[in-house]
Design a protein around this ligand. Structure first.
Ligand code: COA
Length: 373
């Protein structure tokens, strides 16, 4: 068995940003227009008026202040309310592959590896632009990597599950180094017309290079152990799929092909699952929570992270011990914990212990214990 390490990470952040103020103004204008359109039905009591959104609620309930997106104008135009991306020919790089290559370049630079050093590409994300050919194979070709590539989806836990898969492959020797990319164009499946969730997501792409620990060199992070968990729940769901056109009336509206959730239930049910996973995983590996220098948690909700951090450590964690990035990025699905890890790990010394932990739809949760080498 080989030891395995994270040798480099990279982030591609789209330039366009939507502040909460811009988001709320566009949603409220959309809601006003819908209410004017349906004034008679609302007046007759046949229909509820659409409620307004508020910046105060968003910050208090989630901690999100702004989000990056691949296309801003379509999302904030009250007559459109979704991103607008020009169609690309089959010969052009697809958008998920394009942002993956940008994040991968940064991760490969940090890891000090060339395409020839990598022999597998995993594209782990919560939605894929198309079913096939796999985005990972397109990325593989664009970067000139030999070997193989495949796509996988475990929603917000895609990256930690991808790390487990890559680590196992490297340990066993079927691959020597793996590039994992997490292109999250969450704005495509976000429902911007629903005030309960219109503030939640943002776009980004992260990349992680994993290789044998002895080849990763100083500054890398050895993956000591991984643990994945799933438990079925309908509380976060997206019904879009290839059988859509087979169901009468299902092409007319797009609400059921977007993200929806029972946020409060998710909050209540997922917190104990994650805390138990992290504490059990640490204990089984002979570590105490006090041994942790840092926790890089999934970035869905600040209140949720505060609660998980407190329950794991048995006290309120400092911002250094549990950094959040969701004020700037919102929920970027699988990429969130990787952004936190990438942006907040350089300062830690050799020997520092940490956990990368994600959780989300499925339910799914993944815990990756790492130590700086
Ligand atoms: N502006 C103003 N009010 C809003 C609003 C908005 N944008 N969205 C919802 N509200 C209202 C609700 O309608 C509700 O009103 P009511 O009390 O009159 O019914 C009230 O605010 C509270 O809503 P609720 O949905 O219970 O808020 P919450 O405190 O649970 O926060 C989430 C909502 C989504 C931020 C929170 O539940 C969450 O983050 N859950 C975890 C989600 C998660 O991790 N998902 C993983 C995704 S991958």
């Amino acid at each position: 068995m080989h030891r395995v390490a994270i040798a480099g990470t990279g982030i591609f952040t789209p330039e366009e940003v939507i502040s909460n103020a811009e988001l709320v103004a566009s949603y409220n204008e959309y809601a006003h227009r819908q209410n004017a359109l349906n004034a008679a039905a609302i007046e007759a009591g046949e229909r509820e008026p659409m409620p307004m959104s508020s910046e105060e609620f968003i910050v208090k309930a989630s901690g999100v202040e702004r989000r990056h997106v691949v296309n801003k104008y379509g999302i904030i135009d009250p007559g459109i309310m979704h991103p607008m991306l020009p169609e690309r020919s089959d010969e052009e790089l697809s958008i998920m592959a394009e942002i993956s290559v940008k994040a991968a370049d940064a991760a490969m630079r940090q890891a000090g590896v060339a395409a020839a050093d990598i022999d597998a590409v995993i594209c782990a994300a919560s939605n894929h632009e198309r079913p096939y050919p796999a985005i990972a194979i397109e990325v593989q070709q664009a970067l000139g990597i030999k070997g193989f590539g495949f796509d996988m989806n475990v929603a917000c836990s895609s990256a930690t599950f991808g790390m487990q898969l890559a680590a196992d492959m490297i340990r066993c020797g079927s691959t020597r180094a793996v590039l994992m990319v997490n292109p999250e164009i969450t704005s495509g499946h976000q429902e911007w017309r629903d005030r309960d969730c219109h503030f939640i997501f943002g776009d980004v792409c992260t990349a992680v290079v994993m290789r044998r620990a002895e080849e990763a060199g100083e500054g890398g992070w050895e993956i000591l152990s991984t643990r994945c968990l799933t438990e079925f729940s309908n509380n976060i769901r997206n019904n879009n799929g290839f059988l859509r056109r087979t169901r009468e009336g299902h092409m007319a509206d797009r609400r059921d092909m977007q993200f929806r959730q029972e946020g409060r239930k998710v909050f209540k049910q997922v917190v104990p699952i994650v805390v138990e996973l992290m504490l059990g995983h640490l204990a089984d590996e002979g570590f105490k929570p006090a041994d942790l220098s840092r926790m890089w948690l999934h970035q869905a909700n600040k209140n949720m992270n505060d609660m998980i951090g407190e329950k794991v450590l048995g006290r309120v964690p400092s911002r250094q011990e549990q950094p959040n990035v969701l004020q700037d990025y919102a929920n970027t699905s699988s990429a969130g914990s990787v952004i936190a890890f990438s942006q907040f790990s350089e300062d830690l010394p050799k020997g520092a212990l940490g956990v990368i932990c994600s959780f989300g739809a499925g339910y799914s949760a993944g815990s990756v214990i790492v130590r700086r080498i």
